[in-house]
Design a protein around this ligand. Structure first.
Ligand code: PLP
Length: 359
């Protein structure tokens, strides 16, 4: 297997891929693939409902929250959220921690007058704002945060208390990488393709009474209520993606659940951050230490030329996806749930050897 550090879509557990391979042509003796089956069949419905059940159990999602499987990626949520909730001149607050927050804010401007209440842009998005920089307007329809900033490699560890104002989080790049107190949020959304499965499924977790406040004068398919009322089977869902998501959730369960996954994610990230921190400036992390992400580790190599050499030697050695995002350059190792500890160990060994050779 490749040492896959892709930022998304990213590595999937080998065990899950092998199981899917076994079941691909003849799913549970049905004589057909899960992809060839009606989404209204009892067999698919069981797969679908089990995925929802596992998500609720593993992520400790209370019963007063809906779990929806949508399409259109996290990017469609940037649009659906303001379309559903910015009605009657309501405002919303956006906390700006990177390019994905900017994209979410830009969509909200099409529907109302969102406000940026805190931004770390001036610091090249190296850090997460402190709570005293966040001043929530109590009239807001919601506050929006990006829990993990895939491009800059920063992550919230604690979330601000927004009082009566609903808190919405884009958790695309750290959902289910650790236990989270769901009750702090009115809505959580994430594209599945980093921690939960293949691309094509978007998970939305939302408090039922928050969804009840949504605008009803919008197209049917863009209303959360449409999907909530039909158990996410309003139209043909991404059946294969939902099946894979269910299998990834089983794998998380077998690994010991989110506490065990979180512990392993910490160990994995530490292997790489330790090399950066002990390199006497040969490697420098992009993110401020207190805001570092355990999912996306962003760093630079001593100079431009060496950095190119690092990326090309890494590629030759079998490491995939280490180039930083095209908007910021540098290097980025994405160590999501499915990236094995050995893969991170291999990268940390490679970084040490590269430094010894070139410093
Ligand atoms: N939000 C974050 C934090 C992301 O990292 C990404 C994709 O990388 C997106 C949103 C966009 O997700 P999608 O491609 O599913 O629309």
């Amino acid at each position: 297997r490749a040492y896959n550090f892709n930022a998304g879509p990213s590595a999937l557990p080998l065990e899950v891929l092998e199981k899917a391979q076994q079941e691909l042509v003849n799913f549970q003796e049905s004589g057909m693939s899960i992809m060839e089956m009606s989404h209204r069949s009892a067999t698919f419905e069981k797969v679908h409902n089990e995925a929802i059940f596992r998500l609720r159990k593993l992520f400790a999602i209370p019963n007063d929250y809906e779990i929806l499987f949508l399409q259109g990626g996290a990017s469609l949520q940037f649009t659906m959220i303001p379309m559903n909730f910015l009605k009657n001149g309501k405002t919303a607050s956006y906390i700006m921690t990177g390019v994905w927050s900017e994209k979410a804010y830009k969509e909200a401007k099409l529907f109302g007058e969102p406000v940026q209440i805190a931004s770390t842009k001036e610091n090249q998005y190296r850090n997460i704002p402190t709570f005293d920089e966040i001043d929530v307007d109590t009239d807001d329809a919601y506050v929006h945060v990006t829990s993990n900033n895939t491009i800059y490699g920063t992550q919230w560890t604690e979330f601000p208390n927004t009082g009566e104002v609903p808190l919405i989080a884009d958790m695309s790049s750290d959902i289910m990488s650790k236990p989270v107190d769901i009750s702090k949020f009115d809505m959580i959304y994430a594209g599945a393709q980093k921690n939960l499965g293949p691309s094509g499924v978007t998970v939305v977790i939302a408090r039922k009474d928050f969804l009840a406040k949504a605008n009803s004068e919008i197209p049917t398919i863009l209303k959360y209520s449409t999907h909530a009322e039909s158990n996410s089977l309003y139209n043909t869902p991404p059946t294969f993606g939902i099946y894979m998501l269910g299998e990834v959730l089983k794998w998380i369960e077998e690994k010991g659940g989110l506490t065990a996954i979180a512990q392993q994610n910490e160990e994995k990230a530490k292997l790489i951050y330790d090399v950066i921190d002990n390199s006497n400036g040969f490697y420098t992390g992009h993110a401020s230490k207190e805001s570092r992400s355990l999912m996306n580790i962003t760093f630079r190599v001593a100079d431009e030329e060496l950095e190119q050499q690092f990326l090309s030697e890494a590629k030759e050695a079998g490491f995939i996806g280490l180039n930083g995002h095209r908007s910021v350059g540098g290097c980025r190792a994405s160590a999501y749930n499915s990236v094995p500890l050995e893969t991170c160990k291999a990268l940390s060994d490679f970084m040490i050897a590269f430094k010894t050779k070139h410093q």
